[in-house]
Design a binder for this molecule. Structure first.
Ligand SMILES: [Zn+2]
Length: 302
């Protein structure tokens, strides 16, 4: 097993902008994976999905799928829950026909519910649709993603628990999101300092301290959690998202390139390598392919 790198969506430099063109572009760039972005809608039909499967296997490219953004398994509106199940169903079916190994999705928002209630609702609504899909012998892994905003369901603990509770569910580890959520806590801290101790030295010392989230410690804690809850073998089948990210007290604000962000991507890759993980790493930076190549080159050299 190896670690394979790819892009979230068709590379920007691709000459042909359809998914089949994207697969060829990924190959030409020396990358290994394409995550098909159904984020604004499931734009492939069954015939086109079959074509993607053929071209991907000819070019030795792994495919994954990202389901639409409009999913909320915790909505009070039953229509939205039904629609969310429909999006997962359709993403899984088309993804499976395209030969994709997994479907990534954002599970939902807490809204007015408690974290416990949210967990139970999301689990039940997700379980229901996964059972339907499995009855049809559609064989694909479901990957709920760790989310970046504090209003979104999807801490690392919640995502790991879903992976324990529902068969065929595995985490999508978005390290940029997890980091933004972690940093959000330190931001709240420094904002409190601004109002309370604005001109004192303590304030300066504390803000400096708030900036220090060690990338190595952060990544090590996450991998240890995975090993503890899902077992050592889980580290051999990871699906990972990486990107530069800007944050505020609410968590993730926007994606940035790796170079313009303080996101500790090098330290995280170092820890992943030391732990001898296997799996797929998808770049979600605004310059998608450049950062995918940057990470792949860093991985080879270190
Ligand atoms: Zn996502």
């Amino acid at each position: 097993m190896a670690v394979l790198f790819g892009t979230a969506g068709v590379p920007i430099s691709a000459k042909q902008t359809k998914t089949t063109g994207g697969i060829k572009a990924v190959k030409d760039l020396g990358l290994d994976v394409l995550e098909i972005e159904f984020v604004r809608g499931i734009y492939l039909d069954e015939k086109k999905a079959n074509e993607c499967k053929e071209i991907a296997s000819k070019n030795n490219i792994i495919l994954t799928v990202h389901a639409p953004y409009f999913i909320n398994f915790n909505s009070d509106d039953l229509n939205i829950v039904k629609k969310s199940q429909g999006f997962i169903y359709q993403s899984a079916k088309i993804g499976w026909l395209a030969g994709a190994k997994c479907v990534v999705f954002h599970p939902g928002f807490y809204g007015k519910k408690t974290k416990d209630e949210t967990y139970k609702t999301i689990k039940t609504n997700l379980q229901f649709v996964i059972k339907q899909i499995q009855k049809e012998n559609i064989n694909i892994t479901f990957c709920p993603e760790t989310m970046g905003r504090v209003s979104q369901f999807g801490t690392i603990d919640e995502i790991l628990q879903l992976s324990v509770d529902i068969p065929n569910v595995k985490p999508c580890l978005d390290f940029a999101h997890m980091w933004a959520r972690t940093m959000a806590k330190t931001t709240t801290f420094s904002e409190k300092c601004v109002s309370e101790m604005a001109k004192t030295t303590t304030f300066l010392e504390n803000t400096e301290k708030a900036k220090e989230v060690d990338g190595r410690v952060f990544a090590t804690e996450i991998l240890e959690k995975i090993e503890k809850t899902l077992g050592k073998d889980a580290l051999k089948h990871l699906h990972i998202h990486m990107a530069g990210v800007a944050y505020n007290k609410n968590g993730e604000h926007n994606h940035e390139t790796l170079e313009e962000s303080k996101f500790p991507w090098r330290e995280i890759l170092d820890v992943l390598k030391e732990k001898e993980i296997s799996g797929t790493i998808i770049s979600e930076s605004p310059n998608i392919e450049l950062d995918a190549i940057r990470m792949k080159e860093y991985w080879k050299k270190h």
